[in-house]
Write a protein that binds this ligand. Structure first.
Ligand SMILES: [Fe+2]
Length: 373
């Protein structure tokens, strides 16, 4: 059933982290909420998370800062590029990141299996994404010797005086809120899958988590159907997003293959999406969720409203994103009971007329290797 733009509903389950935090872990309410979380990730690859500890003001402060930052002249932004560190900290300017999916066989197969009216905007001719990104690491150094030392370089703080002084506290404050929310959701997911609560959160304690906001200049790229980030999945375990000021994020539900325009309710709500690491460890029971960011009708309406209401503010779409990873040294392999269940879900999908294509192999490997691809 095709929804008209005005009646697009977002039927993602809302999971209440407060229930998990405030009630005994073995209570029926907590068990039910955890099962709901796991089931949401199995069915949709995504969910909306409610967490009273998260402050909408912190998200706004963060979005204001990032708008100011990316509104700087290009020459100033270039000072924050670190190509010699493979852009793993600091800024990546637009048209640098290429969407892998445009040339990736399994990904093109996924697109071909979607109903034509539910497909993403055509990425085959899509050049690199017209978005900029900033990487701010949110990492706790492991107390053990790691095979993947990664970067020892400290986080980079921009130089402009009107940005510099607000930067570390704002980035850390919002990054910490999202990181705590997503690691608690990892606990709920483990419980919902019948695992010990800390199974995933311990495995991710020393992960190379990244606060990774992106910025799209809507003055330049504000035309309808512009692809800001082409159709893809994320490599990490779970990705968490705060509310963006502009619509445009579409996700694909595994159960129906339908495109869902994301609407995060105002207040203490976040969006969580499954990445490749949770797909791997669950043997495909939870699949990494496909998504794209585009300029749709709602984006354009919001641009017009924002232009009128805040004429002095930069017209830049910031996505408030944190990538939560498992530890690089963690041995990634499907948990047998979950892999069994994955086969059942696949068969059930097939019987419903949803052929998911070739079965994916999940060979055992270190997380650090998986990330390197
Ligand atoms: Fe992504």
């Amino acid at each position: 059933m095709a929804a008209t733009p005005d009646h697009q509903s977002m039927d993602l389950p809302v999971i209440d982290l407060d229930v998990y935090l405030n009630q005994p872990r073995d209570s029926p309410a907590v068990q039910a909420e955890c099962e709901k979380a796991a089931q949401a990730l199995i069915t949709y690859g995504a969910l909306v998370l409610h967490d009273s500890r998260v402050s909408e003001d912190d998200n706004s402060t963060f979005l204001d800062l990032l708008e100011d930052y990316f509104a700087q002249p290009e020459a100033d932004l270039r000072r924050d590029e670190r190509p010699e560190l493979s852009y793993q900290i600091g800024v990546t300017l637009e048209n640098t990141e290429k969407p892998k999916c445009a040339v990736d066989e399994p990904c093109l197969d996924v697109i071909s299996r979607l109903q034509p009216d539910q497909r993403p905007l055509d990425i085959s001719a899509h050049s690199p994404d017209p978005k900029c990104r900033f990487f701010w690491r949110m990492v706790e150094q492991p107390p053990y010797k790691t095979d993947f030392p990664g970067l020892n370089a400290p986080n980079l703080i921009p130089e402009a005086p009107h940005i510099k002084e607000r930067w570390p506290t704002t980035m850390d404050q919002w990054g910490k809120s999202m990181k705590e929310a997503v690691s608690k959701l990892a606990e709920m997911t483990a419980v919902g899958l019948g695992l010990p609560a800390e199974h995933f959160s311990d495995a991710g304690r020393y992960g190379p988590h990244l606060l990774a906001p992106t910025a799209s200049d809507l003055e330049k790229y504000g035309e309808k159907d512009t692809i800001l980030a082409g159709f893809h999945t994320d490599l990490n375990f779970l990705t968490i997003h705060g509310r963006s000021r502009y619509p445009g994020l579409h996700i694909w539900a595994r159960n129906t293959g339908n495109r869902i325009p994301v609407k995060i309710p105002p207040g203490n709500y976040l969006l969580v999406q499954a990445g490749k690491q949770i797909e791997h460890i669950t043997g495909g029971l939870i699949k990494a969720g496909y998504h794209e960011v585009v300029v749709n009708e709602k984006t354009i309406e919001t641009i017009e409203k924002r232009r009128a209401a805040n004429p002095d503010r930069p017209l830049i779409r910031i996505s408030s994103t944190l990538f939560w990873h498992l530890n690089s040294d963690f041995d990634l392999a499907p948990i047998p009971a979950l892999a069994d269940k994955a086969r059942q879900v696949r068969a059930a999908q097939f019987n419903l007329g949803r052929d998911e294509g070739n079965a994916v192999e999940y060979p055992p490997m270190k997380v650090g290797k998986q990330v390197e691809g």
